[in-house]
Design a protein around this ligand. Structure first.
Ligand SMILES: [Zn+2]
Length: 221
């Protein structure tokens, strides 16, 4: 790892904008994103036994077990580009157990978590963001029924594609369960990082460009 390498946790409820912010940071700063959501979806796509197990949990509005997630994270670090400037964690760690595992894994590599950035967003905003979200099948552009629909409803603004996809786990019931789990299990993870990493709170209800500017200042400070 290079000297300026940083491990950065983006922390917030599902729908707080972690993924959006992570992608912007990657584009501008040479970071690599660790999204357990992406790792999980990739594993499901392989059709492996582990993938099938994960699929069942997700369909029930649950998260895969720590054991499964930790295995995916370890694999991610083993194949990490040593020239990258850092890792942005999006959706991990989700439990105190995962936080402890991450700490010992990073310590083995002579590293640690440097920043924890909390994206605070109201629950009702989060629900609209998740329930309304859909993306273009051709170019991946992300839209939202409540906040950002294409100019011509059925045609993508960016590529004129006409086929869109909604994530199947984004039902109202599943979201309620994920929010509940966040408050009960994930929120307490912050306590683990008190005194161990620099913790900053950012207003995630602001427009994405504004949130990004605030985060960038934090990382440069
Ligand atoms: Zn498109």
């Amino acid at each position: 790892m290079n000297n300026s390498f940083q491990n950065i946790i983006l922390f917030g409820a599902p729908g707080a904008g972690k993924g959006t912010q992570a992608k912007r940071l990657l584009a501008e700063n040479g970071y690599v994103q660790l999204s357990t959501g992406d790792l999980v979806r990739a594993e499901i796509a392989t059709g492996s036994t582990v993938g099938q197990e994960i699929e069942k949990a997700v369909a029930a509005g649950k998260f895969p077990s720590d054991e499964v997630i930790l295995g995916l994270v370890r694999k991610f670090y083993e194949t990490l580009d040593p020239k990258c400037n850092g890792v942005i964690f999006d959706g991990f760690p989700r439990t105190e157990n995962q936080a402890r595992f991450l700490e010992s894994m990073l310590a083995d590599m002579g590293s640690r978590v440097h920043h924890v950035i909390i994206l605070e967003v109201d629950v009702e905003v989060v629900k609209k963001r998740i329930l309304g979200r859909f993306s273009c099948d051709s170019c991946g552009a992300i839209y939202n029924d409540f906040y950002h629909i294409p100019k011509n409803k059925k045609i993508c603004d960016d590529c004129s594609g006409t086929s869109f996809t909604r994530r199947t786990d984004d039902t109202a019931e599943a979201i309620d369960k994920r929010l509940e789990t966040f408050l009960e299990v994930t929120r307490p993870v912050l306590g683990f990082y008190e005194g161990k990493a620099k913790i900053d709170v950012v207003d995630g209800a602001e427009p994405p460009e504004k949130v990004f500017e605030v985060i960038r200042k934090i990382l440069l400070s």
